[in-house]
Design a protein around this ligand. Structure first.
Ligand code: PAF
Length: 282
C-alpha cells in the first residue's frame, strides 16, 4: 500500500492504470476509519483492479461553528485498517493543495440538497459535491462506494455523477451497526458513556417504526409520533429532524410504503448524529 499526498502523482498513477486497461475503485472518506468504512473497502477490493481510499477532512463541507477543527484524525491507525482491507493507494492531499489561494469553483446539486441535512447545514452539500467531483477528477475511478448512513449524500452524489456525465458508477452500501444497533460513525468518538447509551434512541426509533410499518400501519403521522416519542424520552436528545421522504425524490410523503425513507438527525449533547432506514428494506 502506498500513501500519496500529491495530486499530480495520484493523477499520473490513475492515468497510467487506465492506460494499462486496469479498473479503479475509489472509497472517499474523511478518515478515522471504522467498520462501516472497512465494509466499503472490502467490497471495493472485490470490484476493481486498483483500490484507492481517500482520506481528507474537507473544510468546505463544514459550516462555521461546526466540528472541522475537532473532527477526529488518526492517519497511522487509518493506514493499518486500509492495509488490512487490501487498499493499494491512500490518497491524503493537503487542504492547501485541494483549495489553493484563488480557488473559486463549486459544484451545486439543487433540489435534492434543500431538505434534511441541507436545511440544517447550509452549504454542506456544496462542499461535499465539490470535493467528490475533485476526487473523481484526480483518482479517475470507474466506480465509487458510499455508505447509506449518509443517504442524502449518496442521492446527491448519484445525481451529480449522472447530471455531469462523470462516467463513475456510484454504489451505495448498507449501514454497518454496532451490536446494540448504533450506526457506525466517526463522530461516535465524541460520545461519553452516558451519551453513547442515549444515542441508541435513534436506531430504537427506526426499529420500532419499521416493526409497526410491517404490522400494516401506513400513516406517516402515526409512525412519526412513535419515533418522536422514543427520541423525546431521552433527556439528552434534541431532535433536528424526523422525516418521512420518498427515497428517490427526497420529497415528503403522507402514506408510507416500501420506498419511504425514514431519516433522523438528533443531537446527543453536542454531537449531531444521523441515521435512517428505507421501510421496504431489511
Ligand atoms: O461521507 C464522507 O465521509 C464525506 O462526506 C465524503 C464523501 C468523503 C466527502 O468529503
Amino acid at each position: 500500500m502506498k500513501l500519496i499526498e500529491s495530486i499530480e502523482e495520484m493523477q499520473s498513477i490513475a492515468a497510467a492504470a487506465r492506460q494499462a486497461g486496469k479498473t479503479i475503485v475509489l472509497v472517499p472518506t474523511m478518515g478515522y476509519l471504522h467498520a462501516g468504512h472497512a465494509s466499503l473497502l472490502t467490497e471495493g477490493r472485490k470490484r476493481a483492479d486498483i483500490l484507492v481510499a481517500s482520506i481528507f477532512v474537507n473544510p468546505t463541507q463544514f459550516g462555521a461553528g461546526e466540528d472541522f477543527n475537532t473532527y477526529p484524525r488518526d492517519l497511522e491507525r487509518d493506514m493499518r485498517i486500509a492495509e488490512a482491507a487490501g487498499v493499494d493507494y491512500i490518497f491524503a492531499p493537503k487542504a492547501s493543495d485541494m483549495y489553493p489561494a484563488g480557488y473559486q469553483t463549486y459544484v451545486n446539486v439543487e433540489e435534492l440538497t434543500l431538505p434534511l441535512c441541507g436545511a440544517s447545514r447550509p452549504g454542506h452539500f456544496r462542499g461535499v459535491t465539490t470535493v467528490v467531483a475533485k476526487l473523481f477528477n484526480i483518482v479517475m475511478p470507474h466506480l465509487a462506494l458510499f455508505g447509506k448512513k449518509d443517504f442524502q449524500q449518496l442521492t446527491v452524489i448519484r445525481r451529480m455523477a449522472a447530471d455531469l456525465n462523470m462516467g463513475v458508477q456510484i454504489v451505495g452500501m448498507p449501514i454497518v451497526r454496532e451490536a446494540d444497533g448504533l450506526a457506525m460513525s466517526s463522530r461516535n468518538a465524541y460520545l461519553s458513556q452516558a451519551e453513547r447509551e442515549s444515542a441508541l434512541c435513534l436506531s430504537r426509533a427506526l426499529h420500532s417504526v419499521q416493526d409497526v410499518y410491517r404490522s400494516a400501519e401506513r400513516s406517516v403521522e402515526t409512525l412519526r409520533k412513535l419515533a418522536l416519542g422514543i427520541i423525546n424520552a431521552e433527556p439528552s436528545a434534541a431532535i433536528d429532524y424526523v422525516e418521512f421522504y420518498h427515497e428517490a425524490t427526497l420529497t415528503e410523503v403522507e402514506q408510507a410504503d416500501d420506498h419511504t425513507l425514514v431519516a433522523l438527525a438528533v443531537r446527543i449533547g453536542k454531537t449531531r448524529l444521523i441515521d435512517n432506514c428505507v421501510l421496504g428494506e431489511e
